[in-house]
Design a protein around this ligand. Structure first.
Ligand code: SF4
Length: 228
């Protein structure tokens, strides 16, 4: 069983990413200037991290798949993985400390700006994870499927991903709540598989307003998937 674990990443300041995240047009914008001040304070708390573990799929059914004894109930996941023998579970996080640091701020704008900085930290964990998956596993392209993002896959099933990630999630200092949400909040977990196919869960997610949308909604694909 192959694994990746990384909790010693350096957060790298990226001016363009911060400008985009804050919807600021230039570095003179007030929120951006304040974010830079907060970033200096926040640096010791920025600890992007991730972990990955490889599994064989035990069983494919039309209603879902079984991985290491855990049944994941989603027709869409079952369809996407119908020809796969291997799947990888992952968790990526901004790090707990930056989220706690953000919560300690009473000023709403400061808390929002720190939240956005935490989100950038999480994105850096995801980028590094993709790079390492390619470097160490030779997987150039993969598709991620997350409970709560795939429309017929309950967010509560994040708890089962954590069962697969036993040992690693404790080392990442993240935990899952009864609802399936992860603490700290700027974290995600799910399954991914190697493929050349182009697909993002956002394509079949009808949510009208989402800051994290990565692909436009595709109504035809949505209808095809919900009618599996
Ligand atoms: S649009 Fe937003 S909520 Fe929907 S799958 Fe994409 S990131 Fe998740």
């Amino acid at each position: 069983m192959r694994e990746l674990f990384c909790n010693e990443m350096e957060f790298v300041y990226d001016e363009r990413a911060l400008l985009e995240r804050l919807h600021c047009e230039d570095t003179e914008a007030e929120p951006f200037v304040r974010a830079l001040e907060l970033l200096e304070e926040a640096r010791p708390y920025l600890k992007p991290a991730f972990a990955v573990r490889e599994f064989s799929i035990d069983k494919h059914q039309s209603e879902g798949i079984t991985v290491n004894g855990c049944f994941f109930k989603s027709k869409i996941v079952a369809k996407k993985l119908e020809n796969e023998k291997k799947v990888f579970a992952y968790i990526a996080t901004s790090g707990r400390k930056i989220c706690e640091f953000a919560k300690r701020h009473d000023d709403l704008l400061d808390e929002y700006l720190l939240d956005q900085i935490a989100y950038l930290s999480y994105l850096q964990a995801m980028d590094k994870m993709s790079l390492e998956i390619e470097n160490l596993f030779g997987i150039e392209k993969h598709i991620r499927l997350c409970p709560g993002s795939v429309i017929d896959w309950s967010v509560e099933e994040v708890k089962k991903i954590f069962v697969l990630m036993e040992g690693l999630y404790q080392d990442l200092d993240v935990n899952v709540m009864a609802s399936g949400l992860i603490e700290p909040l700027k974290s995600t977990s799910g399954l991914f598989y190697a493929t050349d196919e182009e697909f993002a869960s956002c394509e079949i997610c009808p949510r009208a307003v989402c800051e994290s949308r990565k692909a436009p909604f595709d109504g035809d694909l949505h209808d095809e998937m919900v009618n599996l």
